[in-house]
Design a protein around this ligand. Sequence first.
Ligand code: ADP
Length: 444
Amino acid sequence: RDISVDVAVVGSGGAGLSAAIEAKNAGATVIIIEKMAVAGGNTNYATGGLNAAETSFQKEQGIEDSAELFFEDTMKGGKNINNPDLVKVLTSRSADTVAWLTDLGADLSDVGRLGGASVNRAHRPKGGKAVGAHIAGTLQKVAEAAGVEILLDNRAVALVSQNGSVTGVKVESPEGSYTINAKAVILATGGFGASPEKIVRYKPELEGFGTTNHPGATGDALDLVKDLNVALVDIEQIQTHPTVVPVKNTMITEAVRGNGAILVNRDGVRFVSELETRDVVSDAELAQKGGTAFLLFDQGVRESLAAIEKYARSGLLTEGASLEELAASMDIDATVLAETVETYNSYVASGTDADFGRASMARQLTQAPYYMVEVGPAVHHTMGGIKIDTEARVINKDGKAVPGLYAAGEVTGGVHGANRLGGNAMADITIFGRIAGKSAAEGK
Ligand code: ADP
């Protein structure tokens, strides 16, 4: 029961779905295989936003931004080890991809601030709906309407190649094994954040860390390309997200800090600019007593972000009618905590964080009740991966494109360098997913 298509896409997250739609639009026959029982991968869990510069939504809201500034922020966030050619593509094509997604029916009209960004450029749906599930759901609908079949519970177990050219993929499914013969294969399998074995192999100091990743993020592509001499980049660059609830592994979106929350330690004092990049905030938390911190916000922040209702419903938040009451239930010195908040509120009023230079302070924390949740770092994103060029062709160790093989999304390396900015994954997967789909269909 082997089948033949023009383009076989492995993985149904944002990258795979974007690739499939563009390949189909370019006239190719396309199939997606997905090893899990549901489509969407880690993309379903993305909550921050989709970073883009010079969009119509920014213009409507009077936000001055440019592709150049977005480029600079991304390179700086990535400690300048990012591949600048890939970052150029990311930042210069972002507005077009927001327009494309909007045309497909997505809502990205709300523009907020995430860590490492000089201006508001994290695009997300109005009303606090999480961006990832919204985009994945929209793309899945569009792909299926266009006639792209998504085969769930179908796992790629090997690539088929002839004389170094990829000609198909071997698949295991509940109905048995089969081969998809294809002119092009797109790897869109995501990262390896849910494989403790691979995490420790590439970054031993992350032994024992929790993860925010869906269970399918096991880096299968690294095994699939083993015999093809494929180059890997920045594979040891693994990001921890700084606001993950210990043991439960629930990630609290960066937007809570973006909308005004602060971090305090067990002494009730701030210790970092909360909107620093994820590596900096994670390291700062690990340096505190107990290796974790408390995210603190008020009713004003809660009302500004729908995601917080979900955290409240899940019983993650400790509530206090006053700061004193909250301090008591968290075993924190009430006087110190009150002082911390008072000082912070004065910084919001003056516009300058004299202690840590926090770039954006959305609102004062003055509206009772107040809330706290314990947070610490957990494995979140694997920046490194398979090397691609600006056309999303997979590159081998001799610097040559592997004929018939393309990759996009978290499976690739080079876009984010040593540290991914919040909001840049959604941009990466949609922009490079689109490019991979087009390149694969055109046999570039
Ligand atoms: P991205 O954000 O780069 O699109 P995601 O994690 O959202 O990545 O999606 C990757 C998808 O690929 C997940 O749904 C995952 O289950 C799927 N996947 C991973 N490995 C395989 C495999 N060997 N065969 C089929 N699907 C896979």
